[in-house]
Design a protein around this ligand. Structure first.
Ligand SMILES: [Zn+2]
Length: 329
């Protein structure tokens, strides 16, 4: 732990709305390259019914939550005396990753990791010790073509993804030996996690259309538990993917539709097997409509894990006061 000596900083007034506007950092993914002939020739695309599979003994869900606790202004010691012009902005964020294991009819959390970080481009940034824990300094690189808010928000996301990866690897190690076969479901894109065995990414929202017109229409007509054939898609990275409809009680054509991602290096048989597995396994975890407004795509083990993780971040007002105390020292 580094002392805060030397770094002068102040905290913005508490505004629980921070960060919410920065969530829209998703890159526009238009212009994705799609290869349809992975599992069946494009001309033979049709909805695929579930096939009998031997389910894994455990399904692991990994997810993370993040929260901006405060905006800080870090004074540049070289030009102190004119702080209005020389202070750099930073974000103090709390984030947590966790893994929930669903086995033998129960769901239990098997690993969590809560962290706090100071994200800034200020070269003089240093860790901030507070009564609520240490905010580890992460220096991001300013980018000419990106607003600072996006750069900092991406830096938080990157650390969260790294924490999720570490938590997932440790959780798997922990159950190794007493579980025969598992499936790891990452909430969100598989990017950066594609090297993990038997891992899939689980995408609930569909802002971009990847499939050509008539095939995209077919997605809307999938019956419960049906899926599309596997395709290969490349944006800034390449992965296998398929659409799958979770059981739902009516609603708009795409309600209950999720997109699943798997590593690009898998062979045809392997990826088709994984797709079949998700088809019979994921529907079991679809949340019931009245319990979750994002149902059924918001799988209930993930919803429960997110609640647990948010709780572990600690009370936001308490954390903000802790930061103000640290700034006043
Ligand atoms: Zn378990």
């Amino acid at each position: 732990m580094t002392a805060v000596a030397g770094m002068n900083f102040s905290i913005d007034a508490w505004d629980p709305g921070y960060g919410s506007s920065m969530e829209a950092e998703e890159l526009a993914q238009s212009g994705a390259e799609v290869e349809l002939d992975v599992e069946v020739p494009a001309a033979e695309w049709a909805p695929i019914d579930p096939s009998p599979v031997s389910p894994p003994e455990a399904v692991l869900f990994v997810d993370g939550v993040r929260r901006i606790d405060a905006r800080v202004w870090i004074d540049d010691p070289a030009t102190s005396g004119e702080p209005a012009n020389s202070a750099s902005i930073g974000l103090c964020a709390s984030y947590a990753a966790g893994v929930v294991c669903c086995c033998a009819g129960r769901a239990h959390v098997i690993g969590t990791d809560v962290r706090r970080g100071l994200f800034t481009v200020a070269p003089e940034a240093d860790d901030i010790a507070t009564p609520a824990g240490v905010y580890q300094a992460f220096r991001a690189t300013a980018k000419e073509d990106k607003p600072l808010a996006v750069v900092l928000s991406s830096a938080v996301q990157e650390q969260l993804a790294e924490t999720e990866l570490k938590t997932a690897i440790e959780a798997r190690k922990a159950i190794d030996g007493h579980v025969r076969g598992d499936l790891l479901v990452v909430d969100g894109p598989l990017r950066g996690r594609a090297h993990l065995d038997r891992a899939v990414g689980f995408i609930k929202s569909h802002q971009t259309t990847y499939l050509p017109g008539e095939l995209n229409t077919m997605v809307g007509r999938l019956g419960p538990h049906q899926r599309t054939p596997v395709f290969l898609m490349g944006t800034t990275w390449v992965r296998h993917s398929w659409y799958l409809r979770l059981p739902s009680t009516g609603g708009p054509p795409w309600s209950g539709v999720v997109r699943v991602e798997a590593a690009s290096h898998l062979g045809r048989e392997e990826v088709a097997g994984l797709a079949n597995l998700t088809q019979s396994v994921l529907g079991r975890f679809a949340s019931v409509e009245y319990k979750d407004s994002r149902a059924p795509q918001n799988l209930y083990p993930i919803a429960g894990l997110e609640r647990d993780l948010r709780h572990r971040l600690g009370d936001q007002q308490y954390v903000h006061r802790a930061l103000r105390l640290a700034a006043a020292r």
